[in-house]
Write a protein that binds this ligand. Sequence first.
Ligand code: ADP
Ligand code: MG
Length: 365
Amino acid sequence: MNSLHLHIQLNRSAFKLDVDLQLPGQGITAIFGPSGSGKTTLLRAVAGLEKNQLGRIQIGPHVWQDTHQGIDLPTWQRPMGYVFQESSLLPHLRVSDNLNFGLKRALKSAGNAQSDAARALQASIELLGIGSLLQRMPHQLSGGERQRVAIARAIAMQPQLLLMDEPLASLDAARRQEIFPWLSKLRDELKMPMLYVTHSADEVARLADHLVVLDKGNVKAQGPVSTVLTQVVNPVVVGEDAGALIAGHIGQVDTQWHLSRVDFDGGFLWMRDAGLHVGKAVRIRILARDVSLATTEPQNTSIQNQLRSSIQSITPDAHPSQVMVVLKCGAEEVLARVTKRAVEELALQVGQTVWAQVKSVALVA
Ligand code: ADP
Ligand code: MG
């Protein structure tokens, strides 16, 4: 019951949004799609900012909109946090005053007790690690710090839902790297659903639990992130970025060779030691172009990682010389992009057992 139902229909002269989604009531749902696919419009509709939107918006037990029942709460009665690409901090106020400014407004509308609000504010300051920034002015913060303050301010109001519209898009690569751990922490610790708009496959792989892919105002695919990212029919991520996302944990650290072993349902993979301790949960990404196939167990190879797996499907890829092979490896799926000629020469078939040789593994979270 603790889930989101977003059924939204909206017509503009040159654009139509039509979605009907049941989403998890906790964690990050990424809304992914090309520019103009309706991601911002979807968030604005959830916030009640769009004119002429029909349907039903329910957050857990709270109904924000139901056209049949004549319910349509105005934006100020929808308890949500909204974080934009450019931070919306007030430039003339210190960080602490920016945080309190939002809170006073929320208190007025929600009627929360003062002490509750103070506790929620303190918790969000700790969650986003901004305790040492409270006396600064916004212009004394880096882009990443500004966004952390904006997120802390949004969740201090204890909203029912957190909306984030490309919150990292205005940051450079280094600042983005800095903020990822904070967003992962938010995902793992916050008991609040989050809709996170992005057009970056990297952000989806690192942060999302659930994935909705929009295309021209319609839902092209949706589901748990590892399932949707690896789907080969109607691929969500095409080209060089296509690959698998696997959840596992550190099983062993080899200090002599600076490697750590990631164990998952289906086998294990060695990767560069990133200083994580045994038992730590991790997500790894294996790009399809980094996987090759052998029909017998490879011997005398420099490749450290081989996964015994079975071929689940073989699908034509964008270029006529290539195919995408989906491998079942325990409960996980791995993708391999190989040439059609290799498929022919090795007589690869669905159901066959093969060894996937994995040339490179990236830690994404
Ligand atoms: P995204 O966030 O995925 O880039 P948007 O939701 O901003 O996409 O836009 C979806 C479509 O609606 C686009 O075709 C865009 O041109 C159009 N659009 C966006 N805002 C308006 C507006 N205020 N009036 C009319 N059309 C708009
Ligand atoms: Mg947008």
